[in-house]
Structures are given as structure tokens and as C-alpha cells.
Write a protein that binds this ligand. Structure first.
Ligand code: HPA
Length: 237
């Protein structure tokens, strides 16, 4: 495969499985590898962005962190899709609820991603890009969630460049009016990169806080909730 190692991934050809699970946090990547994968090997550690490849129920699977935000997941997903031959990236992250119908711990599957980001300007498209998840990954995720007894809510999501919104910035009312489920910071760039490379992506998101009620998940609950979402991702890898 061309251009490897890349500036951000120091792994040999064939180091990654066809499917890479992508949490934001490098320590989550390590946790997933140690908890779920057999014979997990560290395949990347540039900038501490830990990537592992092992097997789950006999299937080769990789897990690598994305970092936070669209520039970061943009880099890693680009290199995995275009330089390492990866076919599927499943983001496993957290999100803030925008819909009053969502509760803490719910699992959302992002069908499409709205954004305030300029990430799509690189394509010089004189219109509005509307990237969507892979239908196959989504339908597999819904089937796996049903089998595991985990409720899953597919719907549109919002990928924002801004975590701490200052001034008169909030898009929350219009997003709620449009029925957007939740806000996170990566899916839009991931879905666009997948589309441009002819590959597949899906964002699975656990609701960790609510912009409607102001509540947030206690740290100790995050692990348990995250585990249910991970099992869906591993089943469809
Ligand atoms: N905003 C953006 N990203 C997030 C949030 C949020 O409230 N919660 C978890 N990821």
C-alpha cells in the first residue's frame, strides 16, 4: 500500500484489520484491546494515539484512538482508509443529548451528520454536503443491538467544532427543531472521508450528558455504559 508509514501512523502494511473501532481517547483504545481482544498487539503509538490489532471471536479487529475533533479524526481516518486499506471505521464515542426524548446512557447511531465545520470546503462543492453513515454498518448495528438487548436510536446527529460555546452562538434551538438527536465533534469528517474513499463508517454514541436537562453521567457509569456500546461495535466488526 502506498505511502506508509504515514506521518501519524507508524505501522507496517497489513497491521490493521478491515474494521477499526475508533474511540476518542487513547486510553479507551488500550482498555478495549485489553478487555475484548485476544492476542492484541500495539501497532501504533505515534503521539500516544494507541492502535491495537487482535481478534474478537476469531475475527481480526483493530482499535485506534481518533483524538478529539474533526481535524484529528480527519487525519487518522484518512490515513487508515487511503494508506492502510481499512474498509470500515466505527466510531465509538460519547455525545450530548439535544433531543428531549433521549436519556443518559442511551445509544445513538448517527445516520447523517450536520456540522458547523469547514471540513467539507476542501471539495469545492457549491452546495451543502450531507454525509451519511454506511447503511450496511447501521443495519448490522441495529440487528446486533436487538440481539444483545440494548436499545439503539438511529437518527441525525450534529458534529460541532465548538465544545465551549461562548457568546451568542448556540445552534441548539434550530437543531432541536430539525430533530437532531445529539451533539459530538467527529462524525461529519469521518463520514466525508469514508464517502471520498469509497469506504464505510458509522458513529455509535453513548449519551453522556444532556443539553436539555443539564445532567451528566457520573464517571463510574461511563465505563459500564460504554461497554454495552462496544459490544455492538465488536459484533459488527
Ligand atoms: N458537546 C460536544 N461533544 C460532546 C458533548 C457535548 O455536549 N458531550 C459529549 N461529547
Amino acid at each position: 500500500m502506498a505511502n506508509i508509514p504515514t506521518p501519524h501512523i507508524n505501522a507496517p502494511e497489513g497491521a490493521f484489520a478491515r474494521t477499526v473501532l475508533m474511540p476518542g481517547d487513547p486510553l479507551r483504545s488500550k482498555f478495549i484491546a485489553e478487555t475484548y481482544l485476544e492476542n492484541a498487539e500495539l501497532v501504533n503509538n505515534v503521539r500516544g494515539v494507541q492502535g491495537y490489532t487482535g481478534t474478537y471471536k476469531g475475527k481480526k479487529v483493530s482499535v485506534m484512538a481518533s483524538g478529539m475533533g474533526m481535524p484529528s479524526i480527519g487525519i487518522y481516518s484518512y490515513e487508515l482508509f487511503n494508506c492502510y486499506g481499512v474498509e470500515n471505521i466505527i466510531r465509538v464515542g460519547t455525545a450530548g443529548a439535544l433531543s428531549p426524548k433521549l436519556h443518559l446512557r442511551d445509544v445513538v447511531a448517527g445516520m447523517s451528520a450536520y456540522t458547523d465545520s469547514n471540513y467539507g470546503h476542501q471539495f469545492n462543492f457549491h452546495g451543502t454536503l450531507a454525509p451519511a453513515c454506511s447503511y450496511k454498518l447501521l443495519s448490522d448495528a441495529v440487528a446486533a443491538a436487538d440481539k444483545l438487548g440494548v436499545p439503539i436510536v438511529p437518527g441525525p446527529i450534529y458534529s460541532s467544532d465548538v465544545f465551549y460555546a461562548q457568546g451568542d452562538y448556540s445552534s441548539t434551538p434550530i437543531l432541536q427543531k430539525l430533530g437532531i438527536m445529539c451533539v459530538e465533534m467527529e462524525a461529519y469528517a469521518l463520514y466525508l472521508n469514508a464517502a471520498a474513499a469509497g469506504k464505510n463508517a458509522l458513529a455509535l454514541l453513548t449519551i453522556s450528558d444532556s443539553l436539555v436537562t443539564g445532567e451528566s453521567l457520573p464517571a463510574e457509569d461511563r465505563q459500564t455504559t460504554f461497554t454495552r456500546m462496544m459490544e455492538i461495535a465488536l459484533e459488527i466488526a
